[in-house]
Design a protein around this ligand. Structure first.
Ligand code: GLY
Length: 393
């Protein structure tokens, strides 16, 4: 073979190899010291001192300052939930002990009827505990919390009320995030045998399906209902860029919520909506190459807008479950890609940051200029859930 032919053959082979291996680019992100970074972060969650009024919610960097919240805050269940998940990931009993201690501090929320966030709070803490051990006390708290949450259901509207504030303008507001609270209700029926909770959850999901989605399967954040007629009379945002924009985490709650609702109901309309919503998200022209979205798909500042790693973590975890139901590898490939990118030094906090968090670059509430581009507890919770779901495949 002449030197030129040999050169052409080798070059062709190299190009062909590169074309068949698009994941190489992602893998290079993981060549950093991810494992030791993660170990350090996990240890920081374990070391964080127990404080009934100090559930770690988020953190400002430079200077480091931890934003702590009491158990009534919507985010309080995520920290205990992350500890339960760390126990499952590592097998280290110390995480289990700490998880149980933090979880016990959440019990006082079981009669709190002023919030729809009962699922986030109680299911992410007691529910995660129940996945680890059969515990009658945990079951009782879950059922009582479901009973309390059910008092927010309005039959005429067919939904659970989300918020009580702004009641002079919002007669009966329902936010897409509320889909996540349904898991508590579905599980309460499984535990107690009382179908009331399951029926409320399924009705809420059906009502939300009718009113929260735009024709392109993007999602309105807040839908306001008339309690006399049950009609959806206003569609607005609270945490997105504007009423017609697509708030990234809201889209994530929708993908996760309908996949989870399908798990309990096997209603094909729920699965169809989860897939349509996922397609909108994955194919959006403003989704960056690494799959970690800007906080809102329509922020005109893109590409200079902050990212939201929490939305990415919620969606990644949901995609693993969606793949389980559909066996469509589009979801699996997407989840693997985004998880690899989150699980890199681009997103994992470095060991100089002193605080009980794992991931950086989440955005909590952009319109209020609150928790922008920083560590937030729910990003960690769904990141760990995604790691566990990947492991279980
Ligand atoms: N549920 C509130 C949020 O996603 O920020």
């Amino acid at each position: 073979m002449s030197k030129i032919n040999y050169f052409v053959l080798i070059t062709g082979f190299t190009l062909l190899f590169a074309a068949c291996k698009p994941e190489v680019k992602q893998q290079t992100l993981q060549t950093d010291n991810t494992e030791s970074l993660l170990e350090n972060r996990y240890q920081q969650l374990l070391n964080y001192p127990i404080d009934s009024l100090g559930f770690p919610r988020s953190m400002s960097l430079n200077p480091d300052s931890i934003h702590k919240a009491p158990s009534k805050d919507w985010t309080s269940g995520f920290f205990p939930g992350s500890l339960w998940q760390l126990y499952k990931l590592t097998g280290n009993e110390a995480y289990k002990e700490k998880a149980a201690q933090w979880t016990a501090l959440m019990e006082n929320q079981k009669y709190n009827d002023k919030t729809h966030d009962m699922g986030f709070k109680i299911y992410c803490s007691f529910g995660e505990g129940l996945k680890v051990e059969d515990n009658q006390f945990y079951k009782d708290v879950i059922v009582q919390s479901a009973k309390t949450l059910s008092t927010r259901f309005n039959k005429k509207v067919g939904s659970l009320r989300s918020w009580d504030f702004n009641s002079d303008i919002w007669e009966f507001p329902v936010i897409i995030d509320n889909m996540l609270n349904l898991e508590l209700l579905f599980e309460a029926t499984k535990i107690s045998g009382d179908s009331t909770y399951h029926k409320i959850a399924e009705t809420h999901a059906s009502t939300t399906l009718k009113n929260h989605f735009r024709p392109d399967n993007s999602i309105y954040h807040v839908v306001v209902y008339d309690t006399i007629t049950g009609v959806a009379k206003m569609k607005v945002t609270h945490q997105g860029f504007n009423d017609e924009s697509t708030w990234a985490r809201g889209q994530g709650w929708g993908i996760y919520g309908y996949t989870m609702a399908y798990r309990y109901t096997k209603n094909p309309a729920f699965l169809k909506q989860a897939e349509a919503t996922a397609k909108f998200y994955m194919e959006h022209k403003n989704l960056p190459e690494d799959g970690i979205p800007y906080w809102d798909f329509n922020d005109p500042a893109i590409p200079n807008a902050p990212r939201d790693a929490s939305a990415a973590a919620v969606v990644t975890s949901a995609m693993y479950e969606l793949y389980g139901f559909t066996k469509n590898t589009v979801y699996l490939d997407f989840a693997n890609k985004v998880l690899a990118n989150l699980n890199s030094s681009n997103y994992i906090l470095n060991d100089k940051v002193n605080g009980p968090f794992i991931l950086n670059h989440s955005t909590g509430n952009w319109p209020k200029n609150d928790e922008i581009d920083e560590p937030i507890s729910y990003a960690d919770y769904y990141f760990l859930e995604a790691l566990l779901r990947k492991k279980a495949l």
